[in-house]
Design a protein around this ligand. Structure first.
Ligand SMILES: [Zn+2]
Length: 660
C-alpha cells in the first residue's frame, strides 16, 4: 500500500504545482493590448506621423545624439576614445529612448541599415558596461566625479543621480530590441545590469530608491521577457521604499539641486500607498503611477489598486489641462495646487503627456473601463502630438495653453526647437509614435475592445482562432466608423466598442470640464445594416453575438463644435470657453486674426461651423464663425491645438473670453 500513496502524494505535489503555476499565470492585467506589430495603420492622420517619425525624427535624433556627444559618452566610458566627458547625468537615456523607437520601427518595417547601426550602438554600450554590470557613463567615464549630482560613489546620491532612471530606459530599449530582432545582444546588457541591482538593493541590502522613477517600468518589462521574479520584486521594492530611509543630501539654497531637498518633488514624501494627491515633478509622477499599475496588476495587490485609483481621481478632477497636459508649473516642472491650471505659464511637459497615456492605458487594462481611454485619447490627440512639428524635426518641451509670442516658454524660444540640452521630450516622442497602434485594441480571453478609431487592420488572437478587425473612418475629422469583423471561424464573443464620453455630452470623466450646452443627437449603432440600441457597459457599446466573416458594425458619433467650460474653481478660466470638436481641442492664432489672439472675444452666438481645409497644415478641419475683436465682429478661424506654431511666432490661445 505504500507505493500507491507515494504516487498519489507525487501527483498531489504535481497538481499543486500546476495550480500555483496557473495562479501565477493569472496574475496580470485582465486585458492585453493587441501588440502594435499586429495592427496595420493605413489612415491619413497617424500613418503620416509614424512615417515622419521613422524617416525624419529618428534619424534626426540619432544624429543629434552623435553630434552632441551623447554617443561619445559611451565610447569614453568604454575606453574606445580618449576625450573629456561633457555629458549630463541623464544623457544616456537620450540614446536609449531613440534606440527603443528605432527598434519599434524595425519590428514593423525591417531595415538592415538601421538594424546594423543599432548593433554598432549596442557594441558601444557594451563597452561602457563595467565588469559587474554597472552601466552609467557619467561615473565610469569620469571617475573623479566631474559630473555634478552623481555622488562621490555608486548609488550615493540616488535622489539626484539618475543612475536607476537611466537603467530603466535601457531595459525598455533592450526589451524592444529583443522583441523586434530576436537578438539578445542588448538584452544581455540589460540583464547583467538588472542582476547587479538585484544583488545591490533590497530590505537586507542597500535600502534606497530612485529620485526619478522609471526603473520600475523597465524592471517589469524585463520580468515579462525573462520570467525572473526578482525583477518584479525589485520594482515593487523601489516603489515601497518611497517615503522611507531616503537619506536625502541637503543642498544649500540657490544650488541647482536644492529642488531635491523637498521629498514631494520626487513623490517620496509619503509611502506610495498613502499618496492621495498628485504632487511634485509631473513626469516622475506619471512614470511612478504607471509602475504602480504594473505592480498592482502583476501582484494583485488591492492596496496598490486603491492607491492609483485615488491618484487618478485627483489628477483628472483637479490637475489636468483641457488638452490632457499635466504639470501646471514651470518651477520644478511640477504639479500645482488643486485647480491651479494657468494658460500662458502652464508647463504641461510633452513627456508628462506621454507618461499619462502610458498610465491611463495600464489603468484601462486593469479595470476595462473606457473612462481611462477617454483621458488617453484627449491627451494623445492634443497634449502629445503637439510636441512635434508636422515636419518631425522641431519639438515642444512645455506646452502652454496660450502664448503672447514673447514669453520664451520653450527653453528659450516661443516656438518649437530642434533640440534641447535636456532632450527628454524628442526621444520620448521618437519611441512613442511607432508604438501608437498598440493602443487601438485590447482583448481578454472572450472579448475584444476597440478603444481608438483609426483606419487600420488588426489580427486579434481570441480563443483558438484569430479575428481580423478592419476599421474605416475619417477620424478625428469625422465620427463615422465602420468596423468589419472577420473571425477565422464563426465564434461567439463580446465586442466592446468605445463610445467616447465627448459623444455622451461629457468632455471628460469627472467635473473639471463641461460642455456649455447639451447636444441632442446621440451616437448611433448598427450591425449588418440593422440599427440597434447602445448597451453601455463601462463606456463601451457591448455587442455579444456569434460573429461570422464580414460582419459590419457602424458607429456614428455626431461631431458638433462644442464650447467647453472649466470648473468654477479654475480661476484663470472664469468667463472663458474653449472650442472642441470630437477628440480635438482647438486654439486660435494671431496669424488668422490680424496678429492678435489674446484679445478675441466669442460673441453670445458665434455661429461656428466646421470645415475641412485640405491645404492648411497638411489638411485639417478648421472651426469658422464670428468673433469680436476691439468690439468689431470679425471672421474666426480656430485650428486644432496640435497644429499651432507652424506659421511663425505669435499669439495663441485655447481659452477665449466669452460674453455668454
Ligand atoms: Zn521631457
Amino acid at each position: 500500500m505504500k507505493k500507491p500513496s507515494a504516487i498519489v502524494f507525487f501527483f498531489c505535489i504535481l497538481l499543486m504545482g500546476l495550480i500555483s503555476c496557473q495562479e501565477k499565470a493569472k496574475r496580470d492585467y485582465p486585458a492585453k493590448p493587441v501588440d502594435f506589430t499586429k495592427v496595420k495603420v493605413t489612415d491619413d492622420f497617424w500613418l503620416p506621423r509614424i512615417k515622419t517619425n521613422q524617416k525624419v525624427t529618428i534619424p534626426f535624433a540619432m544624429q543629434q545624439n552623435e553630434e552632441t556627444g551623447r554617443v561619445a559618452n559611451f565610447k569614453i566610458a568604454g575606453g574606445l576614445i580618449d576625450e573629456q566627458y561633457k555629458g549630463e547625468r541623464y544623457n544616456d537615456t537620450d540614446v536609449y529612448k531613440v534606440m527603443e523607437g528605432a527598434a519599434y520601427t524595425l519590428a514593423t518595417d525591417p531595415d538592415p541599415i538601421l538594424e546594423k547601426s543599432l548593433d554598432e550602438l549596442i557594441e558601444v554600450i557594451a563597452a561602457a558596461q563595467e565588469e559587474d554590470g554597472y552601466l552609467f557613463t557619467p561615473r565610469t567615464a569620469a571617475p573623479e566625479n566631474q559630473v555634478v549630482g552623481i555622488g562621490e560613489e555608486r548609488w550615493s546620491n540616488l535622489a539626484v543621480s539618475h543612475e536607476l532612471y537611466n537603467a530603466g530606459h535601457m531595459y525598455e530599449a533592450a526589451v524592444a530590441h529583443f522583441l523586434a530582432t530576436g537578438k539578445r545582444n542588448f538584452l544581455e546588457i540589460a540583464i547583467k545590469n538588472a542582476d547587479l541591482l538585484v544583488r545591490t538593493f533590497g530590505p537586507d541590502k542597500l535600502r534606497a530608491t530612485s529620485g526619478h522613477q522609471e526603473v520600475e517600468i523597465g524592471l517589469v518589462k524585463l520580468y515579462r521577457i525573462t520570467g525572473n521574479e526578482d525583477y518584479l520584486k525589485l520594482a515593487k521594492y523601489f516603489l515601497d521604499q518611497r517615503g522611507k530611509d531616503l537619506n536625502l543630501k541637503i543642498y544649500p539654497e540657490g544650488h541647482r539641486f536644492s529642488i531635491y531637498n523637498e521629498p514631494t518633488q520626487i513623490q517620496a514624501h509619503k509611502p506610495v500607498l498613502e499618496q492621495e494627491e498628485a504632487v511634485g515633478h509631473a513626469v516622475r509622477a506619471m512614470y511612478m503611477y504607471a509602475g504602480m499599475a504594473d505592480v498592482a496588476a502583476l501582484t494583485g495587490s488591492e492596496e496598490y489598486i486603491h492607491a492609483i485609483d485615488r491618484l487618478w481621481e485627483n489628477v483628472v478632477n483637479k490637475k489636468m489641462a483641457v488638452t490632457g497636459g499635466l504639470g501646471a508649473r514651470h518651477d520644478r516642472e511640477r504639479f500645482g495646487e488643486n485647480y491651479e491650471l494657468p494658460n500662458l505659464t502652464s508647463y504641461n511637459e510633452t513627456c508628462a503627456a506621454i507618461g499619462s497615456v502610458m498610465w491611463n492605458h495600464r489603468l484601462f487594462l486593469l479595470h476595462r473601463d473606457a473612462k481611462y481611454i477617454d483621458i488617453l485619447e484627449r491627451t494623445l490627440y492634443n497634449a502629445v502630438v503637439v510636441g512635434v512639428s508636422l515636419e518631425g524635426d522641431t519639438f515642444f518641451y512645455p506646452n502652454p495653453l496660450a502664448s503672447d509670442g514673447k514669453y520664451r516658454f520653450n527653453k528659450g524660444a516661443a516656438c518649437r526647437q530642434p533640440w534641447f540640452g535636456t532632450a527628454c521630450c524628442p526621444g520620448n516622442l521618437a519611441r512613442f509614435i511607432p508604438s501608437m497602434p498598440g493602443y487601438i485594441y485590447a482583448a481578454t480571453g472572450d472579448a475584444i475592445y476597440t478603444n481608438l478609431f483609426v483606419t487600420s487592420q488588426a489580427d486579434v488572437p481570441l480563443h483558438q482562432n484569430t479575428v481580423r478587425i478592419e476599421q474605416k473612418t475619417d477620424y478625428p475629422w469625422e465620427g463615422k466608423i465602420q468596423i468589419t469583423v472577420s473571425p477565422s471561424q464563426e465564434t461567439e464573443f463580446s465586442l466592446f466598442v468605445r463610445v467616447p464620453c465627448w459623444a455622451q455630452n461629457r468632455p471628460v470623466p469627472g467635473d473639471l470640464y463641461r460642455y456649455g450646452e447639451e447636444y441632442e443627437d446621440k451616437p448611433k449603432l448598427a450591425v449588418n445594416g440593422k440599427s440597434m440600441p447602445i448597451d453601455l457597459v463601462k463606456g463601451y457599446a457591448l455587442i455579444h453575438r456569434t460573429w461570422k466573416e464580414g460582419d459590419v458594425i457602424l458607429l456614428d458619433l455626431p461631431m458638433p463644435v462644442r464650447a467647453v467650460l472649466s470648473h468654477p474653481n479654475v480661476a484663470e478660466n472664469i468667463g472663458k470657453v474653449a472650442l472642441e470638436r470630437g477628440p480635438l481641442v482647438y486654439c486660435v492664432e494671431g496669424i488668422d486674426h490680424d496678429g492678435k489672439a489674446l484679445d478675441l472675444v466669442l460673441p453670445e452666438d458665434p455661429e461656428v461651423y466646421a470645415e475641412f481645409d485640405p491645404d492648411l497644415l497638411k489638411g485639417l478641419v478648421v472651426i469658422k464663425g464670428k468673433v469680436l475683436q476691439n468690439g468689431n465682429l470679425k471672421d474666426l478661424t480656430a485650428i486644432p491645438y496640435y497644429a499651432w506654431s507652424h506659421r511663425g511666432v505669435g499669439e495663441m490661445t485655447v481659452w477665449l473670453q466669452s460674453v455668454r
